[in-house]
Design a protein around this ligand. Structure first.
Ligand SMILES: *[C@@H]1O[C@H](CO)[C@@H](O)[C@H](O)[C@H]1NC(C)=O
Ligand SMILES: *[C@@H]1O[C@H](CO)[C@@H](O)[C@H](O)[C@H]1NC(C)=O
Ligand SMILES: *[C@@H]1O[C@H](CO)[C@@H](O)[C@H](O)[C@H]1NC(C)=O
Ligand SMILES: *[C@@H]1O[C@H](CO)[C@@H](O)[C@H](O)[C@H]1NC(C)=O
Ligand SMILES: *[C@@H]1O[C@H](CO)[C@@H](O)[C@H](O)[C@H]1NC(C)=O
Ligand SMILES: *[C@@H]1O[C@H](CO)[C@@H](O)[C@H](O)[C@H]1NC(C)=O
Ligand SMILES: *[C@@H]1O[C@H](CO)[C@@H](O)[C@H](O)[C@H]1NC(C)=O
Ligand SMILES: *[C@@H]1O[C@H](CO)[C@@H](O)[C@H](O)[C@H]1NC(C)=O
Length: 748
C-alpha cells in the first residue's frame, strides 16, 4: 500500500502528445520490415532494481508502445517463477542478511558457483522478508530495501504490450528436480508469452512441439563465444557457423551486440560482421543484447547512447529486429524519434559549442571547430587568450597545462598567479606565439576522475587558431554566429601590458564583423567593464557569464544586469538543483531573466553519463529535453553539438508535430521521493540569490608599461590544475564510474 502511494508520486510527463502507435513511415531492414523492438531487461533496470515493480511500471510509462518486457526466469524450491538475472540472489537482494551463513556452492553448467540460490528457498521464504537491491554499483541504491522480488505473474500483471521469458538455466534446474519446461507449459495457459528463449538447445527442442508458434516465438540465446552450450557441449562460436540448423528449432537468435559490431581492445568499433545478413537469409530474426547508457561501448559513439542504437538499426546494410536494453526510454527515443524526417523548426534554442566540439577533438583546434560546424552548432566559441607578444588566440584557459603539451617543454615558466587560479600554471601570456605554436593540443576529459577518457585516437590532432583565423573560419563556414569569451582583462592590462579588449575589437573589425549583421557576434565576459567596452557596436550581443551557482535573481539585480548584457550564461546547477545525482528542484533563474528580457544559455552539457542526473536516465538527450522543453533555456553550451543537434532537429522537439514517442521528463524531486528515507543523500544548503553588488566590476585598469615590471619568481613546483571539475561535481561524479570502467575492460 505504501508502495503504491510512493509510486504515484513519480510524475513523468511529456509535454507532447501521448504515445501513439509508434509507427514511423520509415522502411526498416529488419527481417519482416517492421520497426525494431525495444526489449527491456527486467523493466527499467538501468535505474531501479531489476524486475521490481518500479522498474516494470516506469519502463511502461517511458517506453515506445509495443515494447517488450524481458524476464530471466529462476525457480524457487516449490517451483514459483521469479524474474531475476543469474541463479543466485546475493547481489540483487538482501538475502544474505535474511538467511545469514546459508551460502551454498553448486555446479552450474560445469562451473562452481557460490551464493544464495533461489532453488534453496520456498516462495514463502523469499516473499516474507527478502527485498531487491540495485546490483550494479553505478546505479542508484536509494530504491533498495523496499520492494519484493517479482514473480513472473507480477511482471505480466502490469500488462506489458509483449512479454519475453528467457529460461537461463534448464539443465541446472532439471538436475535439482525442478522443470522449467513444465513451469513454462503451465504459465502459457495463464499468460501470453510472446517470446520464449534459452541458451540451451535441449530446452528449445523440448518446447518446439509444445508452443503455439503463432503466439510464441522460440529464440536461441547465444552467450559469450567461448562458453559451452550445455546440450551439444559445443562452444557458441561454433554453433554460430550453422544458422540453418538453428532455424530448425528457433525462429530467431539473441546475441551479445559485439557479435554484430565488434569492439577491439582499444575501444574502437570494427567493421560489422555478416551475422545479421546471414541470419536474415536463413530466415532467423536477430535480437542484440547488452545495451546500457552507463556502459560506454566504444569511443566511436562519443558517449551518446542513441548513436549506438542507430548503428544497429539504421545503417545502410541491415537492422536488427530488436534491442535488449537496461534503458528502454533511450532505445525508444533512438528508434521512434531520431529516424523521422527532419522538420526545421523556427525559434529553437541555440546550440553553442564549448571550445568547438571539444568532446571529439582537443578543444579550440581547427578540427574541433570544423567538427562543431559539421555537427550542427549554430554558434562557435573562442575563449580568447593572449601570447606574450600580443597575439590573440583561442584556448579554454590562460593556463596552458590542461589542454596542451606545455609541461614537457616549458616547465620552467610555471608560476603562481592567485588572481587567475589557485594552482600554479604555465600561462599563455608568458610564452610567445611562436613558442605556443610548438605545443601539441591535448584532448583531455574535463572529468578525469570518472575514468571515461575521450577518444585517444584524436588525442593530439589539430592545431590552434589565432582569433583572426577563427573569425575567418566562421565567416567561410557561414555559421549563425560566434561567441567571443574574454577573461582576465584587468590582470593582463595591469601586469602584462596587454589590452585584450582592444585585440578582440580590432580582430572583429578587421574581419568586418562590426559592419555586418548577418552573423551574430556575442561578446561574453564575467566582467561588466569588459562588456561595456563593446557597447558601441549595437549589433554585438553582450553576454554576462555568471560562474557561481545561484538560485534566484532579484529584480534589482536584473536591472543591474540589463545595463551591461542582453544574455547570461549560467552553470547547470543554477537551473536544476541536484543532490547526490538526483534533481531536487528547478530554480527561478530562467523565469527571472526572461521577465527582464534577458536570454539564458546553460552549460556545459556533456554526454558522459556521470555528468547526467539519474532523473535524466543517464541519457544526454533527456537532459537536453529537460533544459529546453522543461525549463525553456535560449541556448545550450555543449562539448558535443552532434547530440544537441540530433535532438533539436527531431520532430520530438516540434511541439506541434504528431510524434510517435515523446521524450519523458520527470518532475524534479519526484524520483528521489521514491527512495528509501535512510538511503537518501543529505539535504544541501540552497545556493544564494545573485545580489546586485556582485554583478558590477570596477573599471578596467590602465595598461602598464610592461618593461617596468619585475618578472615573477617561478613557483617551486607545478601541479596539474583540476580544470572543469567544478562542473562535473554538480551532479556528483560517482567513483563507481571507475568500477564501470573496469567492467568495460573485462569486455562487459
Ligand atoms: C504505418 O504507417 C503507414 C503510412 O502512414 C501505414 O500505411 C501503415 O498502415 C501503418 N501501420 C500501422 C501498423 O499502423
Ligand atoms: C556480485 O558482486 C560481486 C562483487 O562486486 C562480483 O564479484 C560478482 O561477480 C557478482 N555476482 C553476480 C552473480 O553478479
Ligand atoms: C521474517 O522475519 C520475521 C521477523 O524477523 C520472522 O519472524 C519471520 O519468521 C521471517 N519469515 C521467514 C519466512 O523467514
Ligand atoms: C571507429 O573509430 C576508429 C578511430 O577513429 C576508426 O578507425 C573506425 O573506422 C571507426 N569505426 C567505425 C565502424 O566507424
Ligand atoms: C577522430 O575520431 C572520430 C570518431 O572516432 C573519427 O571518425 C575520426 O576519423 C578521428 N579523426 C582522426 C583524424 O583520426
Ligand atoms: C586582418 O584580416 C586579414 C584577412 O582578412 C588577415 O590576414 C590578417 O591577419 C588580419 N589582421 C589582423 C591584425 O587581425
Ligand atoms: C527584448 O530585447 C530585444 C533585443 O534583445 C528587443 O528587440 C526587444 O524589444 C526587447 N523586448 C522588451 C519587451 O523589452
Ligand atoms: C617604460 O619603462 C621603461 C623602464 O622603466 C622606460 O625606460 C620607458 O621609457 C617606459 N616607456 C613608456 C612608454 O612609458
Amino acid at each position: 500500500m505504501i508502495r503504491c502511494l510512493l509510486f504515484a508520486s513519480l510524475l513523468i510527463h511529456s509535454t507532447l502528445a501521448q504515445k501513439s502507435s509508434g509507427n514511423t513511415s520509415k522502411t526498416w531492414l529488419t527481417l519482416n520490415g517492421d520497426q525494431p523492438l525495444v526489449i527491456a531487461r527486467g523493466g527499467f533496470s538501468g535505474l531501479f532494481p531489476e524486475s521490481s515493480q518500479f522498474a516494470n511500471q516506469i519502463a511502461d510509462s517511458t517506453s515506445l508502445s509495443g515494447w517488450v518486457l524481458f524476464c530471466n526466469l529462476q525457480l524457487s524450491k516449490d517451483g514459483l517463477g521469479i524474474c531475476q538475472t543469474g541463479s543466485t540472489l546475493d547481489n540483487s537482494t538482501n538475502i544474505a542478511l535474511v538467511f545469514p551463513k546459508a551460502q551454498k556452492t553448486y555446479n552450474v553448467n560445469g562451473e562452481d558457483v557460490s551464493g544464495w540460490f533461489t532453488l534453496d528457498y520456498t516462495s514463502d521464504q523469499l516473499y516474507s522478508n527478502v527485498t531487491v537491491n540495485q546490483n550494479i554499483y553505478s546505479r542508484p541504491s536509494v530504491f533498495d530495501g523496499q520492494l519484493p522480488l517479482a514473480t513472473v505473474e507480477d511482471a505480466t500483471g502490469i500488462k506489458p504490450p509483449k512479454f519475453w521469458l528467457n529460461v537461463q538455466y534448464d539443465t541446472f534446474y532439471t538436475q535439482h528436480k525442478l522443470s522449467p519446461a513444465l513451469y513454462v507449459q503451465k504459465a502459457m495457459r495463464l499468460m501470453g508469452i510472446n517470446y520464449l528463449s534459452s541458451p540451451e538447445i535441449g530446452f528449445l527442442k523440448t518446447m518446439q512441439g509444445k508452443v503455439n508458434k503463432a503466439r510464441t516465438k522460440l529464440i536461441f540465446q547465444f552467450l559469450n563465444a567461448d562458453l559451452v552450450e550445455p546440450t551439444t557441449k559445443q562452444k557458441y562460436s561454433l554453433l554460430l557457423k550453422d544458422l540453418s540448423s538453428i532455424k530448425s528449432f528457433a525462429s530467431g537468435i539473441l546475441v551479445p551486440k559485439e557479435y554484430i559490431w565488434p569492439v577491439n581492445k582499444d575501444g574502437y568499433l570494427e567493421a560489422a560482421t555478416s551475422l545479421v545478413a546471414d541470419a536474415h537469409k536463413a530466415g532467423l530474426e536477430v535480437y542484440a543484447s547488452g545495451f546500457a547508457n552507463d556502459y560506454p561501448a566504444s569511443y566511436n559513439y562519443s558517449y551518446d547512447p542513441t548513436t549506438e542504437y542507430l548503428q544497429f538499426v539504421d545503417n545502410s546494410e541491415f537492422s536488427v529486429d530488436g534491442v535488449l536494453t537496461d534503458f528502454p526510454p533511450t532505445a525508444s527515443e533512438a528508434i521512434a524519434t531520431f529516424l523521422q524526417s527532419f522538420c526545421p523548426f523556427a525559434g529553437k534554442p541555440l546550440i553553442i559549442s564549448s571550445n568547438g566540439a571539444s568532446g571529439v577533438y582537443a578543444g579550440c583546434t581547427d578540427l574541433a571547430y570544423q567538427q562543431a560546424v559539421d555537427d550542427g552548432a549554430d554558434i562557435i566559441d573562442c575563449s580568447v587568450q593572449m601570447s606574450k607578444d600580443g597575439v590573440a588566440f583561442c584556448l579554454n584557459s590562460a593556463d596552458l597545462m590542461g589542454d596542451t603539451t606545455v609541461m614537457t617543454s616549458f616547465m620552467s615558466r610555471s608560476t603562481m598567479i592567485p588572481e587567475i587560479q589557485p594552482n600554479s600554471g604555465i600561462f599563455s601570456f608568458d610564452l610567445t606565439w611562436s613558442e605556443i605554436q610548438t605545443l601539441k593540443p591535448q584532448l583531455v576529459s574535463p572529468i578525469p576522475d570518472s575514468g571515461l577518457q575521450r577518444n585517444p585516437a584524436n588525442k593530439s590532432k589539430g592545431k590552434f587558431m589565432t582569433l583572426s583565423e577563427f573569425l575567418e573560419f566562421a565567416k567561410a563556414k557561414a555559421v549563425t554566429g560566434v561567441l567571443i569569451n574574454i577573461e582576465n582583462a584587468p590582470y593582463l592590462a595591469s601586469k602584462k601590458g596587454l589590452t585584450i579588449t582592444d585585440a578582440v575589437a580590432k580582430a572583429l573589425s578587421n574581419a568586418t564583423f562590426d559592419k555586418q549583421s548577418t552573423q551574430q557576434v556575442m561578446i561574453q565576459s564575467d566582467d561588466t567593464s569588459v562588456l561595456s567596452k563593446f557597447k558601441d557596436v549595437p549589433t554585438y550581443k553582450r553576454v554576462l557569464s555568471i560562474k557561481e551557482t545561484i538560485s534566484d535573481v532579484p529584480k534589482q539585480t536584473l536591472e543591474e544586469i540589463k545595463k551591461y548584457a542582453d544574455a547570461v550564461t549560467v552553470p547547470k546547477p543554477s537551473l536544476v538543483v541536484v543532490s547526490g545525482s538526483f534533481t531536487t528542484a528547478f530554480t527561478s533563474v530562467v523565469e527571472n531573466m526572461h521577465a527582464a528580457n534577458i536570454s539564458v544559455y546553460v552549460g556545459v552539457l556533456r554526454n558522459e553519463f556521470v555528468t547526467i542526473a539519474f532523473d535524466f536516465f543517464s541519457d544526454p538527450t533527456v537532459a537536453l529535453a529537460t533544459y529546453v522543453q522543461g525549463i525553456g533555456v535560449d541556448g545550450i553550451i555543449t562539448d558535443y553539438p552532434a547530440t544537441a543537434n540530433a535532438y533539436m532537429r527531431s520532430p520530438c522537439f516540434d511541439l506541434q508535430a504528431d510524434v510517435p514517442y515523446a521524450i519523458p521528463l520527470t518532475e524534479p524531486g519526484s524520483l528521489l521521493s521514491l527512495g528509501t528515507a535512510e538511503l537518501l543523500p543529505p539535504a544541501e544548503a540552497p545556493a544564494p540569490p545573485l545580489i546586485a553588488a556582485d554583478v558590477v566590476d570596477p573599471p578596467l585598469p590602465q595598461v602598464s608599461n610592461v618593461s617596468a615590471i619585475a618578472p615573477l619568481a617561478p613557483a617551486p613546483t607545478a601541479t596539474r590544475p583540476s580544470s572543469g571539475l567544478a562542473n562535473a561535481a554538480n551532479v556528483g561524479v560517482s567513483l563507481v564510474a571507475i568500477m564501470v570502467l573496469s567492467l568495460l575492460s573485462m569486455g562487459y
